[in-house]
Structures are given as C-alpha cells and as structure tokens.
Design a protein around this ligand. Structure first.
Ligand code: SF4
Ligand code: FES
Length: 398
C-alpha cells in the first residue's frame, strides 16, 4: 500500500490516519539528576535552552490525538524536570490520550504527583537499579537516588495509580533479579519489566561495563519464567531479551515507521530513539511540519518502512513480517549498513562475531562506567563515583 492509500480522508470525530502508530514517546527533556550509564539517550544530549516550548508540546499532543494515537509516554531524561508537566498531562487527559509518566522519581515530589493524578495522569513507570541502596546509587550516579525511586513508587500506589517497575539488567545488578521482582510485588506494581539493557547511546558506550555473561542471561530468563508462573494474577512480568545472546532479533519499535513516533526535546521527529545514529537520514521538526505529514511522508519514516528495503537473508525470510529484520540502528552500529540484517539474528553473517564480542566483554574485568552527563562523555574512574554522586552530577540540569 502507498502512503496515500493509507491516509484516510479525515471525517468529523474520526482519526486522521488509518494507520496511526499506537504510541508516541515524548522525550520532554534530556535534563536528569541521574547519570545512568545504560541510558539510551544520545551522547550529544539536548540542552534545556533548546527544548520545545509548552505551546509546541501541547500542539504535539493535540496532533497526536487527532491522528488516532492512543498512548503517550512522557519520558526524558527526567520528565518532571519540566515545569509545565501539569499542563502537558492535563492536555493529554482532555484529548483522551492514555498518559504514562516514565520517571526516575526525582525531582518529582509527592504533592506534584498528586496534582498530576488529579489532572488525569493514567500510569507511572519507575526504574530501579538494585535492591541494595549503595549499589543502586552507584549505578544511577545519584546519592539517595534509590530512596527517591522507592518514595515515588509508594506515592504512586497511595494515589491509586497503576505502577510498572522497570529493572534495567546488566552485569552489576542481574544477580539480584529475584529480590528486585519481590520488591516490585511489595511496592504493589501491576507490571515488572526485566529489561536487559539494549545497547544504544550511553549504553553502547558502556557496553563492556554492562554486558552480562551468557550464563547470567540464561539464568535470568529462567528466573523470569518461574516468577511469571508464581505471580500469575498478581503481577505481569515482561522481559526484554538480551539481544547479544538471542537467536532472533526483536521487532524493534514494532517495525520502523509502524509502531511508534519518538520526539526529541528539541522537536525532531524520529522513527526510534536512536535513529540519529544512522547517517544520511533527514529528520523533520514538529515545529516546521505537521506531525501527520511527517509520519506519512517524512523521508526518515519511509527509509525502512515495510519490507521493500530489505536485503537477503531478510528479503526471502519467513520471519520478515514478524521481526521486520530487527533493529536498523543495531545493524548500523555493528555492520556499518543500516539495511543489513540485525546481527542479533542467527541468519546474519555477522551473528557469530556479534555474540563472540559480547562473550569476550562479559568474561573480562568490567571497565569503569562512563556516566551520562550533558557536558561531555569524559571517562570517569569508578573510584570517583562516590565523589560524583551527590556532587556535580546531581544538579539535575546544565
Ligand atoms: Fe528476521 Fe531477517 Fe533474521 Fe529473517 S533473516 S529472522 S527477517 S532478521
Ligand atoms: Fe532504532 Fe532499533 S533502536 S531501529
């Protein structure tokens, strides 16, 4: 089908787009008091001074609702660093968009969360780094950060909002997966995500410091299976599989230009959060072109939409409409060709080297974390983490 055929004529009260994506990920800001080394934000973080205005964001959500998008994920960085989060949540509720606040719990306050609930916030997602506070704070790069997350989770449940606990898993915390699941149950979460780190942005830079062993990955998959069985009817458990040890790739973003729209703090409209790592793609800005037009006709969205762009082995593969050839950004990062088969796929000629690199990194001593920071990607010795947490890194902005 052509884009023109897909674009339905707008009818009063109907969505403007017959194949609108289900979700919109709004990276409201890159500012964040945490400095997680597994962050998927780009290394070149957007500064606060370049962020979209309140009116521009409100227009984005109006357009999303008109298109027929159902869910918005208010993310970052830390979305509560935006002073206008209340206006944004209120507009989403008024326009019938299901809003999910993806927060690290700071600088969010109890009063502010209560106000957001009153204005119509639908759901809260909070990530935890460990059950051991000291290790959690070391990973997140913010002294007291773990307690802030627990507080925010407790407030969420006290307000009667559904809570998802997300656990980004890597070699520094994967051993505590079982107690992290228990902690999520105690916090009253309806959903737990065992999210093996995906290696984009800062996570890719820190890959050797984060990569678990194959045995750890297998063990964690077993823990998830057993917990799913045990917690049926109590808490749903989702798993993001560790790409590097998989046989088949994930259908990244639900397929390029198919499942989701990502908008950066400065208004760039991307098919996925890491799309800017693919050279030669031109990205439209939501301040310059209507969102629907970008979605239907934007060059970046059409670059890898559907299956026409595929090369072998994807082109003639039975799974091509299931996983859409995997992840374009991972193909770019690992093979230099964004149209190549994701090397996470066992049919990729790069698969063996891809897995071997992970196993080698996991077997070696972990290098120091490079903490996520706005100013630079300068490597910091892990021994300096204590000085870093609660120091400059905890300021929460530029
Ligand atoms: Fe998916 Fe391509 Fe691998 Fe087939 S060859 S399983 S379509 S990534
Ligand atoms: Fe870009 Fe997977 S992160 S396609």
């Amino acid at each position: 089908m052509t884009n023109a055929e897909n674009a339905a004529e707008p009818q009063s009260g109907e969505a403007l787009c017959a194949f609108a994506p289900e979700g919109l990920l709004a990276e409201l800001t890159h500012r964040c008091p945490f400095q997680c080394p597994y962050c998927s934000n780009p290394l070149e973080l957007d500064r606060g001074s370049g962020e979209l205005s309140t009116d521009a964001w409100l227009s984005v959500f109006d357009q999303a609702a008109d298109m027929g998008i159902l869910q918005v994920h208010l993310s970052g960085g830390e979305p509560s660093a935006r002073k206008d989060l209340e206006q944004i949540v209120e507009r989403c509720a008024k326009r019938g968009l299901y809003s999910n606040l993806i927060t690290a719990g700071a600088p969010l306050t109890q009063a502010r969360l209560a106000k957001l609930a009153e204005l119509g916030l639908d759901h809260v997602q909070i990530s935890i780094d460990d059950v051991e506070p000291q290790n959690a704070d070391r990973i997140g790069g913010l002294r007291g950060g773990h307690q802030k997350k627990l507080d925010a989770a407790r407030w969420t449940r006290e307000l009667g909002l559904p809570l998802t606990i997300n656990a980004p898993l890597h070699r520094s915390n994967i051993h505590n997966l079982e107690p992290m699941i228990e902690a999520a149950v105690e916090l009253g979460a309806v959903r737990f995500e065992a999210a093996n780190v995906q290696y984009y942005g800062w996570a890719f830079l820190n890959r050797a410091a984060l990569m678990p062993t194959y045995e750890q990955a297998l063990w964690s998959a077993d823990v998830v299976e057993r917990a799913r069985e045990r917690l049926k009817g109590v808490m749903v458990i989702d798993a993001v599989v560790p790409d590097y040890y998989a046989k088949r790739p994930k259908p990244c973003m639900g397929g390029w230009g198919r499942g989701i729209i990502n908008i950066t703090p400065t208004g760039k409209v991307l098919p996925c959060h890491a799309a800017e790592t693919i050279p030669g793609l031109a990205f439209d800005n939501v301040t310059e072109r209507p969102l629907l037009d970008i979605w239907l006709n934007g060059a970046a969205f059409n670059a890898f939409r559907g299956t026409e762009w595929m090369q072998e082995p994807c082109r003639s593969c039975a799974f091509r409409d299931i996983d859409f050839g995997g992840c374009r950004c991972q193909a770019m990062a690992m093979t230099g060709d964004p149209a190549a088969t994701d090397p996470a796929c066992e049919f990729s000629p790069h698969h063996a080297a891809f897995t071997a690199a992970a196993q080698q990194e996991a077997a070696a001593s972990p290098p120091d974390f490079v903490y996520r920071r706005i100013r630079s990607a300068a490597r910091r010795p892990q021994g300096e983490a204590d000085a870093l947490i609660g120091g400059e890194g905890g300021r929460g902005s530029e």
